[in-house]
Design a protein around this ligand. Sequence first.
Ligand code: CA
Length: 219
Amino acid sequence: MQILVVEDDQALAEGLCTALRRQNYAVNSVSSGRDALHVIRAETPDIAILDLGLPDMDGIDVLKQARSQHPALQILVLTARSHIEQKIIGLDSGADDYLAKPFEIPELLARLRVLERRLGTAKATQIIVGEVKLDTSNNSVVLGDNELELSRREFMLLRSLMENVGRVQTRNTLETRLYSWGEEVASNALEVHIHNLRKKLGSDFIKTVRGVGYRVNQQ
Ligand code: CA
């Protein structure tokens, strides 16, 4: 597992690299957006830990360019910006997860393990979370032993949530999925579909992240 640390705070960068190497990750470290994009192109790391406050470029621009250069890259954003809109912009711009500074190293390592699992399941056609098994090859969803009947929109929303297990899907991301069918969607459509999914899956499977969106947790 190759990790690129993008952080201009030298002390924090060194601390991160030391902690990650201790966990047997292969770690490279850069301190500017330009260098980050170069390394992402040249070395295609598996995971990037990206500080949004960089000296030469806006971190959101780095994030967007990194995402388009290397779609499979898992990106964990570090942000001193505690304001919730900034987190949503980061997630909408392609971040896989975010961590607000200051953070504890064990918290960072836990987030990295989620990203690693996601890398491992990205190519699978079956996604299993707890009792729920979703198969993208035949669009089926099984809960325990029972096959569920989902509308195509419900399936699409559930797939998006399960493919991103452990990570918040913003309302904006999920609504874009609904609109991508090119049909009229009522303003409360997302809530209605989530409500219906909860009736079929149990009320606990899809968690509401207040003010941000929804998440399915690893179980
Ligand atoms: Ca910084």
